[in-house]
Design a protein around this ligand. Structure first.
Ligand code: AHG
Ligand code: MN
Ligand code: MN
Length: 332
């Protein structure tokens, strides 16, 4: 069987669809970062990467050693490509500029270097998420303003999941492609080029421990799912919660379903838990490219105008029918 590697896939995109070679180089840099992180994740305690770092990020969350190590790997690998003029990372409070001794390019990148941090020390799936935006101009002194673009402007997005297999999933705005890391050769090999999410679902994912804090439309929607065959929905739904958005999105891309992290009343300063620029936008771009949907309960996530680089947003994504239903409950 002939196989297609990530670099062959990107070369084909350059020839057939005019993919910018600089964007191609940026994605290669991202894939190199992911390979390095995958090696550390799979080595765990043997590489001394488990446990807390003893610091907090800008969101007041405890940083794990692997959050910081992954951030450093990402920043370095991306900067070396010479294709970006600025970065935003979950782990760094301000916009990251490119060192004067390195070339810059026409792109901006936002990333969550390690998603699902609470899974690190228990050897459960985690990942990295990234989103690429065009810079209005390639300049060294980028500011927060340069990143205030809606998700519709993304030119590429994806994630890498470090699970039983390491898989890189990307969209260039023309469908979704999945690559599996061959541990023997260190090559990402194309293993699924036609990722599609069914409109209907029979599986949902939400952290039910927050139920008492949810808003009324979400309480109603989940109550109806839980009623199963005997309720208004007339069918049974199964539930999953991995506590890593990457793993939930990966499951939905393969098996369907809906994932929700709604806003709730725990802390009114936080409209949802997930961050718009480096969690919600890239995952929404992937979903829409797989025929699924993503809203904040009121509008497509890809049309939400960011006002802050670490802005949070409510997320409902996956099977179009289910996302439409829960979104319609918000309008009532
Ligand atoms: P991160 O580890 O990057 O902070 O993100 C974790 C996120 C997301 O991946 C996951 O869906 C959610 O937090 C889990 O939240 P709970 O701990 O509330 O279940
Ligand atoms: Mn995350
Ligand atoms: Mn993270």
């Amino acid at each position: 069987m002939s196989t297609i590697s990530l670099s062959q896939y990107l070369a084909r995109e350059e020839v057939q669809h005019g993919l910018d070679p600089q964007l191609s180089r940026l994605l290669t840099g991202v894939s190199e970062a992911c390979k390095n992180i995958a090696w550390l994740v799979h080595s765990g305690a043997l590489a001394g990467v488990l446990g807390l770092a003893g610091s907090e990020n800008v969101q007041g969350e405890d940083q794990k050693k692997l959050d910081i190590i992954s951030n450093d790997i990402f920043v370095d690998a991306v900067a070396q490509t010479g294709t970006v003029c600025g970065m935003v990372s979950e782990e760094i409070p301000e916009v990251i500029r490119i060192a004067d001794n390195l070339p810059i390019g026409p792109y901006l990148i936002c990333f969550d270097p390690l998603d699902g941090s609470s899974n690190i020390d228990i050897n459960v799936s985690i990942g990295s998420i990234f989103s690429v935006l065009p810079a209005k101009e390639a300049k060294r002194d980028v500011t927060d303003d340069d990143f205030m673009q809606t998700g519709e402007h993304q030119v590429a997005a994806g994630y890498c999941m470090y699970g039983p297999q390491t898989q890189l999933v990307i969209t260039l705005g023309r469908g979704v492609a999945m690559f599996t890391l061959d541990p023997k050769t260190g090559t990402f090999v194309l293993t699924n080029e036609d990722v599609k999410v069914a409109r209907e679902a029979k599986e949902f994912a939400i952290n039910c421990s927050n139920m008492r804090h949810w808003e009324a439309p979400v309480k109603r929607y989940v109550a109806e799912l839980l009623e199963g065959k005997t309720g208004v929905r007339g069918k049974d739904f199964n539930m999953r919660w991995v506590a890593a958005m990457v793993a939930e999105v990966h499951r939905i891309l393969q098996r369907g379903g809906i994932f929700m992290y709604p806003r709730d009343n725990r802390d009114l300063s936080k409209p949802g838990k997930l961050r718009l620029l480096y969690e919600a936008n890239p995952m929404s771009f992937l979903m829409e490219n797989a025929g699924a949907a993503a809203t904040n309960g009121h509008q497509r996530i890809l049309t939400v105008q960011p006002e802050k680089i670490h802005q949070r947003v409510a997320v409902f994504l996956g099977a179009a029918e289910e996302v439409e239903t829960v979104t319609s409950y918000h309008a009532e």
